[in-house]
Design a protein around this ligand. Structure first.
Ligand SMILES: [Zn+2]
Ligand SMILES: [Zn+2]
Length: 326
């Protein structure tokens, strides 16, 4: 049975789970049969949803066969001061984004991307209705450096019994900013980025994409709704404008960065009233793994300033690590 333990020194939660072992990995082993391809539907647990239909599916949502958490509801123990832990309860799904094994986000139609976000939002809302789920997160790993195990385009949706540390940090910072300024930290940042334009990558009527001021990773891009909205799954988000933004950003990233590996994460508010929060997407390209200094200090070393990264993306230049002025 998986278990979640909290690090008393502020380093977050650790999930202990042996279920993740034995996952197929087509980056390591050639010739494995892809469980997400059409015709191999029986290799995943039965679907939660298929779009547009079960037989002619274009998008499939299935429970993860190798979940990090268990769907059996179990204990949550209060802290005794030193050790805080919870049973490894949670929900963990896989969203198969296309039947095409060798496709990728920038090749998808905006209709497909919009539908993907719609299904993700619907599932996150469903997860958050569960009594003991406090937080739902959508994430996507692409490429070996980003921890992906299967090439076939897919995202994962996870429902957690607690609020993860990254979300807690953003919630605290935005709450403090709101208390002091009576304004949303995210709205203010977005307004400023749209005015300055030097880190702006893309903009349409509902969304803007920019390289954040303190980008942790080279070519890091955030996509944010222009309208203040705490929850990704709130129901009034225009996912087709979002799809246009996402497709544009990935086309630019693919053009400028060779062998792009990345994580894409949707940050939304936890269950409850967090009106000072503002949902957004973080795209974190991965060049290399974090090393000792990063782990030891919480610092990130980034070889490329976001102003340069945004300029390269906007102009459609090809990034050459040896030539680029930093
Ligand atoms: Zn496949
Ligand atoms: Zn806002």
């Amino acid at each position: 049975m998986p278990e979640i333990r909290k690090d008393a020194f502020g380093n977050g939660w650790v999930i202990f789970s042996d279920k993740r072992m034995g996952r197929p990995n087509d980056y390591e082993k050639k010739g494995i049969k892809c469980p997400f391809c059409r015709g191999r539907e029986e290799e995943t647990p039965p679907e939660i949803l298929s779009w547009p239909s079960k037989k002619n599916w274009q998008i499939r949502l299935v429970p993860n066969r190798y979940p990090a958490l268990t769907s059996i509801e179990n204990f949550i123990k209060p802290s005794n001061g030193l050790y805080e832990y919870a049973g490894g309860y949670g929900l963990h799904d896989v969203l198969i984004e296309t039947p095409e094994h060798n496709s990728s986000m920038e090749k998808f139609s905006t209709e497909r991307i919009g539908k993907i976000f719609e299904i993700c939002a619907q599932r996150c809302a469903g997860m958050k209705k569960e009594k003991n789920i406090k937080y739902a997160m959508v994430f996507k790993n692409v490429g070996r450096n980003a921890g992906a195990s299967l090439r076939h385009p897919h995202s994962q949706i996870i429902g957690l019994p607690l609020v993860p540390v990254t979300a807690e940090n953003e919630l605290q910072k935005s709450a403090a900013f709101y208390k002091k300024n009576r304004k949303c930290l995210f709205c203010e940042t977005l307004k400023n980025e749209m005015k300055l334009k030097e880190r702006l990558v893309y903009e349409n009527s509902s969304y803007a994409a920019f390289c954040p001021f303190a980008s942790r990773f080279f070519f890091e891009v955030w996509i944010m709704p222009k309208k203040h909205q705490p929850e990704f799954e709130a129901g009034n988000n225009d996912f087709y404008s979002l799809a246009a933004a996402v497709k544009n950003v990935f086309s630019k990233l693919k053009k400028s960065v060779k062998d792009l590996s990345y994580n894409m994460i949707i940050h939304s508010s936890p269950k409850g009233d967090y009106r000072h929060y503002h949902w957004h997407i973080e795209i974190l390209p991965k060049l290399a793994n974090m090393a000792g200094f990063e782990w030891g200090s919480g610092f990130h070393i980034n070889s490329l300033k976001p102003e340069t990264a945004a300029d390269i993306l906007r102009k459609g230049k090809i990034f050459n690590p040896d030539r680029e002025e930093r």
